[in-house]
Ligand binder design. Structure first.
Ligand code: GLC
Length: 561
């Protein structure tokens, strides 16, 4: 634990006070390890981010979400947190994080950090104390330690299945070398689950929120937000689908009390500090419960991201998403990918263009040119929808998923699948900034190898190419800011054919995405605002166009282009 910080008073950070900023914000996800390396050791760091804040300002984003930047043994890419009140020395220092938050704010960019409530690192002092203190101790009560089943206690306490495949319990060894209790971990064995029935766990997380809000953090992304509460009776998994709220470790009703308490903490602060949940749930009604007005502000909408390149499936997902958010007055979020998901350029270039964790395989044939065309179209489609927009670093460069050689893969999902699943490192390869060979201006030799053919993907190369993915993203974000209807205009569907996704935003804007195999004529319009492909009077297959019906009114909320 970073003890220096306990006595230190954070600097007073003055926060912007515009209300509802998160409702249509563009939020850029920085995976710190792979964004930019200021120290030259091959690992991305805060110095690298500070150097590139100008890039993010130019891109036009409203906020940065940092994946965990805390000290961590990196058993799960930083989602195994050793100390929630400090910065991993490989990334920098707490003082640098404070500077970064302020420098970003000075450019009008807010900071969102990642909070991981379900589990901590097995190297966290609480877990180390629990192991040392032994069975029945108060230190163990903060976790899920339990004797095994069977005569010798050598069977796992439950049949619960890990999101990472494989077992959810690991047996400890007593000081005398005999086998001891088991502890629960819904992810890897290095990520013991916390017991959220314990008051220390609740208090500690509320303190952590305050610690970062005091430092000017504008929000938290809540990791695995539907998982922290468990049924203390440790029942078996239900046969078939559990009744709502009745699964032993997913989406339990008691979670809502926790997020209400967190919301109360966030609301103590000026400048609207937001809670963003990573909530993977199929049940729309259960999902919406997390967004009630005294709980989270928003939650990631993964439904759209998992859909294949198919108009009916994508339109149905948009309709479902808007319908589930509407009654609670929460904005939808639009997410094409993140650090866990196959890059869109690759996904949309495959025969199976949807996404599911358990379907990933090495050697899947991919048409990158087609995938890129579709990813461009998808970027404009989601940017035209009502709600907030998340961009995962590198998607604005159109980076493909990298198929890494097995010997460099670090992701536990790969190992826990016994090498069948390539894991998630393929979307975590460090960004190419400039130059014609690796490390492409990233810094030192990147911790995951960058492909030899990435010179055309660099920021430098794309900056000067008006047709690049980077310029498409920049223009799209600038238009979202400057056109009032993108912020407030109602979405109204426009019927242009079964394979076309078309809608109005307000009175003035139309977005049309052509998922058919033939070009589509453009409806009457005043001006083409932006298109993902050259038009020549028609909208080609796999592309999106934004049309203005008349001279555009500027936004009245002061947002600048
Ligand atoms: C979330 C994160 C993922 C991590 C997991 C366990 O799903 O996005 O990267 O492995 O939680 O913390």
């Amino acid at each position: 634990m970073n003890t220096d910080v306990l006595n230190a008073t954070p600097r007073t950070v003055s926060m912007p006070t515009d209300t509802g900023w998160w409702r249509d914000a563009v939020i850029y996800q920085v995976y710190v390890r792979s964004f930019a390396d200021g120290s030259g050791d091959g690992t991305g760091d805060l110095a690298g981010v500070r150097d590139r804040l100008g890039y993010l300002k130019e891109l036009g984003v409203d906020a940065i979400w940092f994946t965990p930047w805390y000290p961590s043994p990196l058993a799960d890419g930083g989602y195994d947190v050793q100390d929630y009140r400090d910065i991993d020395p490989r990334f920098g220092t707490l003082a640098e994080a404070e500077q970064l938050i302020e420098e970003a704010l000075a450019l009008g960019i807010r900071t969102i950090i990642d909070i991981v409530p379900n589990h901590i690192s097995d190297q966290h002092e609480w877990f180390q104390q629990a192991l040392a203190a032994g069975p029945g101790s108060p230190e163990r009560a903060r976790f899920w330690f339990h004797p095994g089943r069977g005569e010798n206690g050598d069977e796992m306490p439950t049949d619960w299945v890990s999101s990472f495949q494989g077992s959810t319990w690991t047996r400890t060894t007593n000081p005398d070398g005999t086998p001891g209790e088991w502890y629960l971990h819904l992810f890897t064995r290095e990520q013991p689950d916390l017991n959220w029935n314990h008051p220390d766990v609740r208090r500690e997380h509320e303190d952590i929120l305050r610690f970062w809000f005091d430092r000017g953090v504008a929000g938290v992304r809540i990791d695995s937000a539907a998982m922290p509460v468990k049924d203390a009776a440790l029942p078996s998994l239900p046969k078939g689908t559990a009744a709502p709220g009745d699964h032993p470790h997913i989406d339990r009703d008691e979670l809502h009390d926790i997020y209400r308490d967190w919301r109360a903490v966030a609301d103590e602060y000026e400048g609207e500090r937001v809670l963003v949940g990573e909530v993977w749930l199929d049940d729309a009604e259960r999902f919406a419960r997390y967004l009630r007005s005294d709980e989270m502000h928003t939650a990631f909408n993964f439904d759209f991201m998992t859909q294949p390149w198919n108009a009916a499936a994508m339109r149905a997902s948009i309709t479902r998403t808007l319908a589930e958010h509407e009654p609670i007055g929460a904005p939808a979020t639009w997410v094409l990918s993140n650090h866990d998901i196959t890059r869109p350029v690759t996904r949309y270039g495959r025969a199976d263009s949807g996404f599911a964790f358990l379907r990933k395989r090495f050697g899947t044939p991919t048409d990158i040119a087609r995938g890129t065309q579709r990813a461009r179209a998808a970027a404009l489609l989601v940017a035209a929808l009502p709600g907030s927009l998340y961009i995962y670093q590198g998607d604005e460069l159109g980076l493909p998923e990298v198929e890494l050689p097995r010997e460099v893969i670090q992701d536990p999902m790969h190992f826990r699948s016994e090498g069948v699943d390539p894991g998630r490192d393929g979307c975590r390869v460090p960004l190419p900034w400039s130059g014609t060979s690796a490390p492409y201006g990233f810094g030192g030799t990147a911790w995951l190898p960058q492909p030899a053919d990435w010179s055309t993907y660099t920021v430098e190369a794309q900056r000067s190419d008006p047709t690049s993915m980077l310029n498409l993203y920049r223009q799209a974000i600038a238009l979202r800011r400057s056109q009032a209807d993108f912020a407030t205009g109602e979405l109204e569907w426009l019927e242009l054919g079964a394979d076309i996704i078309a809608f109005h935003r307000g009175d003035n804007l139309i977005s049309i995405t052509n998922l058919s195999a033939t070009p589509v004529p453009l409806p009457a319009h005043h001006e083409v605002l932006l298109s993902s492909a050259p038009l020549g009077g028609v909208l080609p297959p796999d592309s999106t166009v934004w049309l203005a019906l008349r001279e555009s009114p500027e936004r009245s909320d002061g947002a600048q282009q």
